[in-house]
Ligand binder design. Structure first.
Ligand SMILES: Cc1cc2nc3c(=O)[nH]c(=O)nc-3n(C[C@H](O)[C@H](O)[C@H](O)COP(=O)(O)OP(=O)(O)OC[C@H]3O[C@@H](n4cnc5c(N)ncnc54)[C@H](O)[C@@H]3O)c2cc1C
Length: 375
């Protein structure tokens, strides 16, 4: 009987995994399930929030050309003991022989008042809703407070400040913004924020969002007409509600070949898997991680189906790319384990470089070809 491989999630890792599997295993049936008809370039969601139009990439076209079936729907339940899943758009449960779990991540909203009084930028619908709210606040020359000094918070604050010069943008973060950058990288970031008029409130741990303000751990408050909460990512609870082995936040625990440690028919990849370097140090939730490992998972599945040993996983980081609006950016060179080197690229060159990387990521995700970082 034809082997059925189902991929849940059509983001960077899921799309790459589906296309690679279909290319390597010509006699298998591959199905991808995703709740949106289009591939979402998640790394551009801060651009969407700032009012830019994103290009649409219909999944049915990309997958159809590769012979992969597309199901538009959301997986509501997963039963890995019975190799079965429930999709909201299908009447009967879907069965699989091999599953790739690639549902990505969601905004971490785990603080009082966030879900009621703050906006987020981690998913398409949220970023689109934020776009409309920001436009209203900008028209009234009001204030937006972006909470979170990681890459998502930084890119969002910079993009909003550049797009709406009359909007007051505040970045609130515990520690320093861009704490994982090199000294030179951080200096460039602070200069860019100054140029864009972004007010930085560092060493300020936000503990609660109330209407019109962010409350800090020291009892102080930062006022804002709109709060954008960007302190990090959590994951959908689908795996945690099943019998799959997951970590404390619900990511699937996998071995070096990205196979679930509890269910050998299941692989997990991208933000929704706990993946480390082969020496055990963690990989970050990033497109830079999700995409190459999505392709790797396709190779592993194909190798095992053909009775072969999968090749060992090789992975290294090279750069971290930040956009600081459309005319400035920061390319931070890093070592294999993502630790910053002193070398950086800045300004328009970096902005153009980042744009090239983002386009390259979408180009790569849509094709089953090779990807360099783990070669
Ligand atoms: C604003 C922003 C900027 C970013 N910038 C960068 C950057 O510059 N560089 C970088 O490396 N990373 C960046 N990231 C992080 C990056 O986007 C993610 O790490 C990456 O998208 C993870 O890929 P993934 O395949 O795991 O998940 P995703 O790309 O999120 O894809 C997951 C897919 O699964 C689908 N899904 C979810 N639940 C279900 C379900 N139950 N059933 C079916 N489908 C489901 C989702 O709809 C989605 O299509 C950024 C993120 C954001 C929000």
């Amino acid at each position: 009987m034809t082997r059925h491989i189902v991929v849940i999630g059509g983001g960077y890792s899921g799309l790459a995994a589906a296309l690679r599997t279909a290319r390597r295993l010509r006699d298998a049936r591959v199905t991808l399930v995703n709740p949106r008809a289009h591939f979402v370039e998640r790394v551009r969601l801060h651009q969407l929030a700032a009012g830019q139009q994103l290009r649409e990439h219909p999944l049915a076209d990309v997958l159809g050309r590769a012979g992969v079936d597309f199901v538009l729907g959301r997986v509501r339940e997963l039963d890995p003991d019975d190799r079965r899943l429930v999709v909201d758009s299908l009447e009967a449960p879907m069965r699989y022989d091999t599953l790739v779990y690639a549902v990505g991540s969601v905004a971490d909203t785990n603080a009082p008042g966030v879900t009621d009084h703050a906006a987020t930028v981690a998913e398409f619908a949220e970023a689109r809703a934020l776009r409309d709210r920001v436009a209203t606040v900008a028209r009234e020359e009001g204030t937006v407070a972006v909470v979170g000094g990681g890459l998502t918070g930084i890119e969002t604050a910079a993009e909003l400040a550049e797009t709406y010069p009359r909007l007051r943008v505040r970045l609130v973060t515990d520690g320093k913004p861009g704490a994982t950058l090199s000294e030179r990288g951080r200096s460039h970031l602070l200069r860019s924020f100054e140029r864009l008029g972004v007010e930085v409130r560092g060493d300020a741990k936000a503990v609660e969002v109330r209407p019109g303000a962010v409350r800090l751990a020291d009892g102080d408050a930062v006022t804002a007409d709109l709060v954008v909460w960007a302190t990090g990512f959590g994951v959908p609870d689908l795996a945690a509600r099943s019998s799959l082995a997951v970590d404390a936040i619900g990511r699937v625990v996998v071995d070096d070949s990205l196979r679930s440690v509890s269910h050998p028919d299941v692989y997990a990849v991208g933000d929704s898997a706990v993946v480390g370097h082969t020496d055990g140090s963690p990989l970050r939730m990033a497109c830079a991680t999700a995409l190459p490992l999505g392709q790797y998972v396709g190779d592993v599945i194909a190798a095992r189906a053909n009775g072969k040993q999968p090749r060992p996983r090789r992975f290294r980081y090279v750069i971290r790319c930040l956009s600081l609006g459309r005319r400035d950016g920061l390319i931070q060179f890093v070592d294999a384990h993502d630790r910053p080197r002193e070398r950086i690229l800045t300004g328009r060159t970096a902005a153009r470089f980042k744009e090239m990387v983002v386009r390259g990521a979408t180009f790569t995700a849509r094709r089953p070809g090779p990807y360099l970082p783990w070669r």
